[in-house]
Design a protein around this ligand. Sequence first.
Ligand code: ADP
Ligand code: MG
Length: 321
Amino acid sequence: MGEFELIRHYFAAAPCAQAGDGVALGIGDDCALLALPAGQQLAVSTDTLVAGVHFPDAAEPFLLGQRALAVAASDLAAMGAEPIGFTLALTLPSVAEGWLQGFAEGLNRMASQCRLSLIGGDTTRGPLSLTMTVFGRVPAGQALLRSGARAGDLLCVGGVLGDAAGALPLVLGQAEAVDAVAASLLAHYWSPPPQFGLGLALRGKATAAMDISDGLLADCGHIASASGVALALELEALPLSNALLALLGRQAAQTAALTGGDDYVLVFSLPPEHLPALRAEGWPIHVLGQVREGQGVCLLDACGHDITPAVRGYQHFRETP
Ligand code: ADP
Ligand code: MG
């Protein structure tokens, strides 16, 4: 199968590549064309996943397709943007039709869950890697930035933390768990649902927001520095799933939640007056701590003692000491 037949068969003809809201022209020309309503801004974000770095070479292609798009789409949700479309730059070592079929099915599943249309891409030969660029729209001035947190706001997250980090040893075949525990953690790793609904609900309410990809403490550090504030988190307030607690026990589950990463749950600062209405709408909001004057992130135990760990999350390139 040649490059153009491959593109047509697995991508251009896929359900997720058919006309979508906001897409004036999809796959097939030199560019796609997006139609943006007056008064809206385009939100754009790119993520690359490299085999052997972000996922095992032998990863199930269906799961990989699902996860790659979910991870990219999560950035749109974190801005309070509504989904439009995405491009896919795919580098493949060879044309393995079974692999492509599974990958395209996983991609279609997540694209339809997120209401994102595949609008273009690039197909090249080389070591397996995927780059997705996602496009969304948000009314001008209403995007949720990292920079607006103010002393007195609550620091909140939109779901349980650490499940994906807990799943990683299972994904890598380095650990085993009973079926119910493994299924629940692996579901979060392979198919983290982008929190589009919550992002929308937070517009005009949250003062800062982002999605947790590198670990709670590391990502809170980004909000703290962008906003010029300090964030104080309480260890006992971390929301942990029963599956994670069953697999790891409390202490290791807390570490997974603090530094593990891959959660793709929103973390945001919220003036306290907005909390009751959001909770009444049913959003699973957990208050982790507070925004204070100062700088940096600290972790407090039940007695209010500072127990901030030294290692905060994953970085591809660390500064040398
Ligand atoms: P060009 O040479 O103009 O960059 P290509 O020949 O690479 O275009 O691609 C032809 C069309 O197919 C373009 O519309 C491009 O966006 C689309 N395309 C290529 N690869 C993919 C892919 N992996 N997924 C979706 N669309 C793709
Ligand atoms: Mg061209």
